[in-house]
Design a binder for this molecule. Structure first.
Ligand SMILES: Cc1cc2nc3c(=O)[nH]c(=O)nc-3n(C[C@H](O)[C@H](O)[C@H](O)COP(=O)(O)OP(=O)(O)OC[C@H]3O[C@@H](n4cnc5c(N)ncnc54)[C@H](O)[C@@H]3O)c2cc1C
Length: 469
């Protein structure tokens, strides 16, 4: 649907925030999202200033039928926070932070990144767990679940979500918590951006004094990969780890002759007292002589190092759950990684369980809480269709080789599987019924889409990259 300039001018004058159009000097910078292969050209980008602006943009999209993309941190694996020819509702100016150290809670604007909120709460020795990358938006990660360095101790990010404010398709602002609009509150805790636009989120914060963590790099062999997973499974719940098995990138802290050799690049955090933390990380350090050992007492907020804002990776990727990583699986992982020459290739492994698994399955819309291990396979391509096809095939063959038939997927990592893979049948049907109630026309469809109940089509077909549209 092409937008008339006059209607965009009207929207612009109605907004307290700013409407950016292709003639603006900063249009190219503003339209960029994290992944380099979603190079789309929206008709306009609305940098909203408050919830009223959000309602105005939603009303405009509803009236005109223009495709609406909702953007926080811009890290969608499917490029779903931008659009060709449509309207981007950009939340990045909603950055207020209101921390109450007494109750250990924080209201956070929906446009913040994980690192921005983590640094702010870190001033009080407190934090809520997001993922492994600071530039990921708090909204996108929270609405899909959120799996990071607190997952075993405090559960998913949604398990620390106490309340939220949400503007629905009819423009109404809802205050959601356990007692108000409980259906919507259930749905946004795992159901993504299907139900409206979140403008503020209230989190329970957790004490981070005594944190022990950081980067541990080990040589990757069958023994260290299986040993790492075994250590993570038997570690106290206070410890959560993310292990990237990959050829070592040129990192200054590792001698040059080791660059390119197969390594486990792990980041782990133990939350508790320092002595318990040192004891919990010791089994990992004992797996082999570390190539780099940066694990020790830390300020939790330092888990997010500075990032290069010009970094625009182009990955073919696939995620799945595993039951176990035995010697055969570890060997397959190493062989497949060795067999590729992609500029970056990795198998990222996360042992789950603990607090995440204790929350009842139907308490939130997140699917598959009892899964044991999450793996994400990644292979970067160079932007050409030929290379994409080649890297895609590598990822798919790798996925087939390690597939243990474990049902489910993590919605924030979903690509070709489609969103339905992320939810058990009963969860999917409940989400669809709530969608039917609050967004019957599927206005919010540029996301991991749950079509309204009774709508068989609905939602965009999975476009993996600009090369597959
Ligand atoms: C490098 C990288 C590392 C990652 N690491 C982790 C990790 O460790 N753990 C983990 O759990 N996930 C991780 N993810 C996945 C990440 O959680 C999802 O991609 C998430 O959707 C990104 O959120 P965003 O706000 O940055 O993205 P955006 O692209 O801005 O948003 C993604 C989608 O969320 C919805 N949305 C965003 N904001 C709102 C809002 N306020 N209201 C309604 N809907 C909204 C929209 O549908 C949008 O399309 C990672 C992704 C990347 C690229």
């Amino acid at each position: 649907m092409a937008l008339r300039t006059s209607s965009l001018e009207t929207l612009s004058s109605d907004l307290e925030g700013r409407l950016i159009s292709p003639t603006d000097d900063d249009y190219d910078a503003q339209r960029q999202v994290f992944l380099g292969d979603f190079d789309k050209r929206p008709a306009a980008i609305a940098r909203v200033a408050n919830a009223d602006d959000v309602a105005r943009v939603i009303g405009f999209a509803s009236d005109t039928g223009v495709e609406l993309a909702v953007r926080c941190g811009g890290h969608s694996a499917m490029g779903q926070s931008t659009t060709d020819g449509g309207l981007v509702l950009d939340l990045r100016d909603l950055t207020t932070i209101d921390i109450d150290p007494e109750t250990k809670t924080a209201w956070a604007g929906a446009g913040l990144s994980a690192v921005e909120l983590t640094k702010a709460t870190g001033e009080h020795g407190l934090a809520v767990g997001f993922g492994d990358t600071g530039s990921v938006g708090i909204s996108g990660i929270t609405l899909g679940g959120g799996i990071g360095y607190m997952v075993r101790k405090h559960g998913l990010t949604v398990d620390s979500l106490l309340a939220a404010e949400l503007v629905t398709a009819d423009g109404e602002l809802h205050h959601l918590d356990a007692d108000h609009d409980p259906d919507l509150f259930w749905a946004i805790r795992g159901g993504g951006g299907n139900f409206g636009v979140v403008t503020r989120l209230k989190y329970q914060l957790h004490d981070t004094s005594g944190a022990v963590g950081g980067i541990l790099i080990l040589p990757a062999t069958v023994e260290t990969v299986t040993g790492f997973i075994a250590a993570a499974e038997s570690a106290p719940e206070e410890l959560s780890a993310i292990a990237n098995v990959m050829p070592l990138p040129p990192m200054p802290m590792v001698p040059e002759d080791l660059h390119g050799t197969m390594a486990i690049m792990a980041i782990m955090v133990h939350l508790g007292d320092v002595a318990a933390g040192e004891a919990a990380v010791a089994p990992f350090k004992a797996l082999a002589t570390p190539l780099f050992d940066g694990v020790g007492p830390m300020a939790y907020a330092d888990i997010y190092p500075p990032e290069d804002p010009s970094y625009r990776p182009m990955p073919a990727q696939r995620g799945m759950f595993l039951d176990h990583v035995d010697r055969a699986v570890a060997q397959t992982i190493l062989d497949r990684l060795e067999a590729s020459d992609a500029s970056l290739r990795a198998a990222q492994l996360r042992v789950l369980g603990g607090a995440m698994a204790r929350v009842p399955a139907d308490a939130t819309a997140f699917g598959y809480r009892d899964r044991r291990i999450l793996v994400q396979l990644v292979n970067f391509y160079d932007g050409t269709p030929e290379d994409y096809a080649h890297r895609r095939a590598w990822v798919d063959e790798f996925a087939d080789a390690v597939d243990q038939g474990v049902e489910g997927a993590y919605v924030n990592f979903v690509t070709i599987e489609g969103p339905r893979a992320a939810y058990p049948k009963a969860t999917w049907e409940r989400l669809a019924a709530i969608k039917q109630r609050y967004d019957p026309t599927n206005l919010f469809r540029l996301n991991q889409n749950v079509p309204p109940a009774g709508d068989d089509g609905g939602g965009p077909s999975p476009a993996l990259s600009r090369l597959e549209r």
